[in-house]
Design a protein around this ligand. Sequence first.
Ligand code: ADP
Length: 386
Amino acid sequence: MLVLVINSGSSSLKYQVRDVAAGSVLTEGLIEKIGMGNGGDGDGEIEGPRDHAEALEQVDAAIHQELGDLELAAVGHRVVHGGERFAEPVLIDNEITRAIERLNPLAPLHNPANVLGIRAISKKWPKMPQVAVFDTAFHRTLPEHAWRYAVPDELYTNHGIRRYGFHGTSHEYVTRRAAALLNLPVNEFDGVIAHLGNGASVTAIRGGRSVDTSMGFTPLEGLVMGTRSGDLDPSILVFLGRAGWSPEDIDTMLNRESGLKGLAGNNDMRSVVEAAEAGDGKAATALAVTSYRLAKYIGGYHVAVGGAKALVFTAGIGENSHQFRALVAEKLGALGVELDAGLNAERSKEPRVISTPQSGLPVLVVPTDEERAIAEATAAVVRSGQ
Ligand code: ADP
């Protein structure tokens, strides 16, 4: 089954055509600057498609140029926010599209863009089955004590203010692969998954289900990330508001100017590690803060899952930065964690164990593949609906 996977942002559209049975990518691409151009009309100086419908025409043309005539069986959309309603991928119809749209206030940058992508496909290919795969869905199993904030109930009942969690598609996929690597049925897997990319989150898995996760109402909560602060005292925001900062100023500072960028002046982990190794004190501090925050969460989640059977690293930093993994592991001595330096330093695209046989718990590196997970979920929904 050939599935087109779409990750639609407000001004960009990422796509992949996947052969689900073969697990392969047939072609992929990125259309940028949507809404910024004139679609090649006029004097042709302004680049970029006018809207998502025009971007989709470009995707269609690129796919056919690359692969010739082919029949897509379905389209799978990465949808950021599924709110409290969506715990599973769903086949999209008008009502589902409107339900995703009603969640716009919870994800103002993402859900409107996801809906534009869905509507563009519905218009171009009205009969094409479309499936929404939600970033929040895997965390619908969080118990109330993990998703509640200790604030007046009306904030939850009137505004939906609670913890939702994100990166769910990746955490679920990596959970399954980690369980397989340990020869465990997934429902017997208790562990901690650290998804460390530009955005980063860590999830506590008990019996194969998410029971706690570090991102909350938005992806800002939790770990120190590339440009996001993660956890801080909320009074800082009140303090800044009183000092004259606007909500937009605060939002930009916390989401775009903080994290590794705020501490070390650079949001790229490779550069921060290189700078620290060259003796840059700010870069060393950034690594210390970032690895300490993660180690604290891992300790907490070890308790939350009743004793983790594995610690799993994934995504850009988790899969590639042996230096950062080592920094985290050296703070986990209380759990008996011990990395094998040689295995940790090895580069590989395969799921693997990087701890010693004596380690208190196995430490794994498991590459994530969100597009693959979306394509497989899409195919499964379409098949079950036939
Ligand atoms: P996104 O959240 O944008 O999908 P990624 O999962 O691609 O992010 O992760 C991006 C991060 O991974 C960056 O901080 C980058 O420096 C880091 N990274 C990628 N490759 C390497 C590498 N070989 N060594 C160390 N860090 C790496």
